[in-house]
Design a binder for this molecule. Structure first.
Ligand code: AOF
Ligand code: ZN
Length: 363
């Protein structure tokens, strides 16, 4: 096996921490002596031991002369745990192979410097794109202090997310819906607008697959939502966050009712167009260590995120059906000419159940 194969293995291991380590990165670590894997580990939960330490502690023999592979630069700072590089040096590991540098300013480059200063051979930049891709939430959060935003929708081939009566159950097939639950389990937050609460009355929990519930985030500018909706009734895990405008602070009775249901309320600025300032919304959510958000609709919310250029990715489940009439996925963006169109890049397109899943990123 070569360096790339071991980094690939470390990525596979790292994925096991999905949904459990945020706001930390997903990290996997493999230790090799000769051509034998003698230890492996991953960052299993927030606040817990780092991948490198788990890999070292899984080894039964001396690590003198071994090579350690990690998809992310080992840390050099005292955080919730002591620096991984100190332990690597202490164990007399000879060579360290790293996928990418850690963007965290507490670490970024300092980890490899310390290793090199101790005479350890260090190689950086093995499968860097795959390593950044795996930790796309962490990189965005650390570099921009904002969550990674994915707009997710199920639409007909003519771009409708509901029929003319607002009915949308179901546009996509069962495998697509299962996949969405898997996505929910891996994102820190799922966000919808008040229109979608009223029309679809969703629970936004993870039910079709195993996994933890994300924070459920509802945008309700004027605090008009009725509390009989399922999203309020099902707040036993206290994961519901409601975001409203600062003008709502006067609505004491409603705020009191929401708080008694365990709802966290965040007040943000309203813009001149009467809508919530989405940049503020994202900054507030980043303050809560929410590193990733899956935006599940509706049309008004998608339109605002696109208009304000505040998304990173789009996931479209395209069902092979045609409605003609209905609710269009994206409303008026004020674009008048083709050469002003929002340009995206197709990252992947695959068949899932009866649908086509298209993954798009900004180019
Ligand atoms: C590693 N290995 O497995 C992870 C690293 O609060 P702490 O102590 O858990 O530190 C968190 C920071 O450590 C995190 O922001 C990132 O820079 C790095 N994560 N580093 O060597 C790991 N998860
Ligand atoms: Zn560490």
């Amino acid at each position: 096996m070569n360096d790339e194969s071991y980094i690939k293995l470390s990525l596979e291991l790292a994925k096991k921490g999905s949904g459990k380590v945020s706001p930390n990165p997903l990290v996997g670590s493999i230790i090799v002596k000769g051509d034998k894997i003698v230890g492996a580990g991953f960052h299993e939960r927030f606040g817990g031991k780092h991948a490198e330490i788990n890999a070292i502690e899984a080894c039964k023999e001396s690590l003198e002369g071994a090579t350690l592979f990690s998809n992310l630069e080992p840390c050099s700072h005292f955080g919730k745990t002591p620096p991984c590089v100190d332990r690597i040096i202490k164990e007399k590991i000879k060579r360290v192979v790293i996928g990418t540098l850690d963007p965290n300013p507490l670490v970024g480059g300092k980890g490899i410097k310390k290793l090199k200063d101790a005479g350890i051979e260090v190689k950086v930049g093995v499968l860097p794109e795959a390593c950044i891709q795996l930790n796309k939430f962490f990189f965005k959060f650390v570099n921009k202090n904002l969550p990674y935003v994915t707009l997710k929708a199920a639409q007909t081939i003519d771009g409708k997310i509901a029929d003319a009566g607002g009915f949308s159950n179901w546009i996509s097939s069962v495998p697509s819906r299962n996949y969405v639950h898997q996505l929910r389990a891996s994102y820190d937050g799922v966000l919808i607008g008040s229109g979608t609460v009223e029309r679809d009355d969703p629970k936004l929990t993870v039910r079709l697959v195993e996994g933890r519930n994300p924070k459920r985030i509802v945008l309700d500018t004027n605090l008009k939502l009725n509390l009989h909706h399922k999203i309020f009734a099902g707040n036993r895990d206290k994961n519901l966050i409601l975001i409203t405008s600062r003008a709502s602070v006067k609505k004491h009775k409603k705020l009191h009712q929401l708080k008694s249901k365990g709802v966290k309320i965040i007040f943000v600025r309203k813009k001149k167009n009467g809508l919530l300032d989405l940049k503020d919304v994202l900054s507030e959510l980043a303050e809560l260590n929410i590193t990733s958000i899956l935006v599940e609709g509706g049309s008004r919310v998608f339109t605002s995120f696109i208009k304000e250029d505040l998304f990173d990715e789009m996931l479209l489940f395209v069902s092979p059906s045609i409605l003609g009439n209905g609710i269009q996925i994206i409303g008026n963006l004020g674009i008048k000419r083709l050469n002003r169109a929002v340009k995206l890049e197709i990252k992947s397109a695959e068949k899932i159940g009866d649908d086509c899943l298209i993954e798009l990123i900004k180019n």
